[in-house]
Design a protein around this ligand. Structure first.
Ligand SMILES: [Mg+2]
Length: 269
């Protein structure tokens, strides 16, 4: 019986090419992942350990107090509320970033949830004083976070354990299928007048600002500058966010690393 050559060769060659290429691709991916971790070191140190970032938070919350006072001076029939984000707005997760760097790994949902389950993130400078002040001025506080619904209990435990006001199921609104916070903000606006929003991402104010396709989002940010000035306080986050996604994009570490390299090439031309 003659052995059909071509049908046998195809699977054999296919197997050969898989076994020959996989280790190379895996090595390249691991190297790119390590490079991305290294790129995050200074950002994480700045976020975790600099007096400059501590002061930026203090400054932001001092400014928040002035804005709150000004906006509360305008009468309204609805009761007032303040909306704050959680991560890198009222809670500091920079220890998680440093743990990742020590372990030579990047963010993953598994390690992130292991971190939030510890419920030991500390308040960011100025956050507690500001929110307690807002409550003393008659405001409700709503925490709108893109933590998952299954992180609700530990998030409330973390916030309440650190003394944050109104940290309960009525006021902590986790992600429900989408990272877009618009519907959750609207649900607060049905019963309250939102006098101020605070976050570390521009999308904590308006989802339109997620889009970084045009000049990394600068034009849309400036177009919204009047509304931003009126009722939003932005806090610093050097380690992650849509600003960085706009450069790295999504996908494999190799792709992200290469996009960072070509972005820098474009910037220095
Ligand atoms: Mg945040």
């Amino acid at each position: 019986m003659r052995i059909p050559v071509i049908p046998l060769l195809v699977p054999v060659l296919g197997l050969w090419s898989c076994t020959a290429q996989l280790p190379v691709a895996a090595d390249a991916e691991a190297a790119a992942a390590r490079e991305l971790v290294t790129q995050n070191v200074n950002a994480a140190l700045y976020q975790n350990a600099s007096a400059e970032v501590a002061w930026l938070y203090e400054q932001g919350y001092a400014h928040a107090r002035l804005k709150l006072n000004a906006n509360l001076a305008v009468p309204d029939s609805l009761p007032p509320a303040v909306i704050v984000d959680v991560d890198e707005t009222v809670l500091d997760n920079s220890p998680y970033e440093l743990e990742n760097i020590r372990a030579g790994r990047g963010y993953s949902p598994e390690t992130w949830k292991a971190w939030t389950a510890r419920a030991e993130a500390k308040p960011l400078p100025g956050a507690l004083d500001f929110l307690n002040y807002a409550v003393s001025r008659g405001c409700s506080v709503f925490y709108i976070t893109n933590r998952d619904a299954d992180e609700l209990e530990v998030t409330i435990a973390n916030l309440a354990g650190q003394g944050f006001p109104m940290a309960d199921k009525e006021h902590v609104l986790t992600m429900q299928g989408t990272s877009d916070k618009t519907a959750r903000r609207d649900s607060v606006r049905r019963t309250h007048r939102v006098v101020l929003l605070v976050g570390d991402q521009l999308t904590d104010f308006d989802q339109v600002l997620k889009d970084r396709s045009a000049d990394l989002g600068l034009p849309s940010m400036y177009m919204m500058s009047s509304r931003l000035s009126q009722s939003f306080i932005l806090l610093p986050n050097s380690t992650y966010g849509y600003w960085r996604d706009g450069i790295t994009g999504k996908g494999a570490a190799v792709e992200k690393r290469d996009r960072v390299r070509s972005f820098i090439e474009q910037r220095v031309r």
